[in-house]
Design a binder for this molecule. Structure first.
Ligand SMILES: [Zn+2]
Length: 196
């Protein structure tokens, strides 16, 4: 039966594809051993929770990069995970997608912390930056999330860097205050910002 043979081939291809996708999203590359001693606030509204869809070293776009992607719809308020001074920003792009041509199209905010490190918030929506200069407090709303730049789906990309380049050790992993306690965030888990 030709039909059964085709069905069998389709099933085998589907299984191989599913396994491939699973491996792609669950295996991660090694990242910096740095861990910041500071306890960060989750970068969104108190009482809200979002899922980490790509964690440290993720294969999609975090290879050897200690960054976190929180899945959130376009238009979600983004809050400062730590206070500091606005270092730089971009908010004039409305382009994003999965192709590398979108790499430099992300809107972003970089906040310099008092120890010299940088908090980086990526993929914000066009005109989605609420504070463009001066001081911001920990927990203060600074922007609105989007899907600009290299993205698979709308999310907030967050990382802390000691130097503004993409060397593995220019990044540091960070601890967050969550309703699960003070934790290092993991892919696939959902974290809620405590109300108090
Ligand atoms: Zn990311």
């Amino acid at each position: 039966m030709l039909f059964l043979r085709i069905l069998k081939i389709v099933i085998v291809i589907s299984i191989v594809l599913a396994i491939g996708i699973f491996i792609f999203f669950s295996i991660s590359t090694n990242v910096t051993p740095n861990i910041d001693s500071y306890v960060y606030e989750l970068p969104f509204k108190k009482g809200n929770n979002y899922k980490v869809v790509q964690g440290y070293g993720g294969l999609f776009s975090h290879r050897h990069i200690a960054a976190l992607d929180f899945e959130m719809p376009v238009g979600t308020p983004v809050h400062a995970a730590r206070g500091g001074i606005i270092y730089s920003y971009k908010d004039d792009s409305d382009e994003g997608g999965i192709f590398s041509k979108y790499k430099n199209k992300a809107n972003y905010i970089i906040i310099q912390h008092d120890d010299g490190s940088f908090g980086c918030y990526w993929h914000l929506q066009k005109n989605g930056i609420l504070v463009k200069k001066g001081k911001v407090d920990k927990g203060q709303q600074i922007g609105i999330s989007g899907a600009t730049g290299l993205v698979l789906r709308p999310h907030l990309h967050f990382s802390v860097k000691l130097k503004l380049n993409y060397q593995m050790n220019s990044f540091t992993r960070t601890k967050f205050n969550s309703t699960k306690g003070v934790v290092i965030l993991e892919r696939g888990e959902t974290y809620e910002r405590p109300v108090h």
